[in-house]
Design a protein around this ligand. Sequence first.
Ligand code: CAA
Length: 258
Amino acid sequence: MADYEYVLSSVDGPVGIVTLNRPKQLNALAGPLMRELGEAVEAHDADASIRAIVITGGPTVFAAGADIREMSNATPVDMLARSFSAQWDRIGKVRKPLIAAVAGYALGGGCELAMLCDIIVAGDNARFGQPEINIGLIPGAGGTQRLTRSVGKFVASEMILTGRMLGAEEAFQRGLVARIVPRELIVEEAVRLGKDIASRAPIAVQLAKEAITQAFEGRVDDGIALERKAFYLLFATQDSHEGMRAFIDRRAATYEGR
Ligand code: CAA
């Protein structure tokens, strides 16, 4: 198994498990972590003995979003040049079922990563949110599209425009998560689900995933393209840099509408 710095990769029978492992930064999804995540998930996807893949984080945080420090001085051109979106696309292209096992915070890119999976298992302490508005940004990895399709326009708007988070129970009621289990059991439950899927006909599973993805993501592409342009454009505003700087400096941001 390859050696990674920011993720752990393991196998339990027919289920591959990739664990985000940058706990001091609350698994903030920096470029190097995203590259390793893409590699680890693709390696499981390419392994014929693996039939489902679990992505998980730590007991109190799945992932706190894209790395704000890494983005705080970025221009739109930097974001384009870094191929920020390419790493996310790799996860979206995986053919085997992806199961997110989420305990604690799944915020910003963390929530978007969970929504790139096919099934979300939530611990009782899970909290889902798209709080980018608090730092002068918007979701940039599919959140405006996938959250809206998952929980509906009105709840998604409240979450994206105010940063309000959904707890596990509300996320379950709104259809974002498939089941809630005690936080210490998320990986066990996700692996159990993965093994259940692994006992089914592999080609039927693959084609079912493809068809469901089509139902969910059909026409999302246009929305994603618009979201990406808007997300990158926001790096040209003073407010986004003020918002990110204020987060790092642990102070309230002052927005000027510029
Ligand atoms: N990027 C970089 N560092 C982060 C981070 C992030 N997204 N989230 C947390 N950290 C760091 C903090 O800076 C802090 O580092 P230091 O100890 O070096 O100061 C460390 O992780 C611990 O964080 P906190 O002290 O803030 O922990 P907390 O328990 O008080 O709060 C939290 C937890 C509510 C998750 C809070 O950290 C938070 O609000 N994080 C940011 C969430 C966010 O805005 N996410 C969206 C990012 S933008 C994005 O994701 C764009 C996109 O769509 C792809």
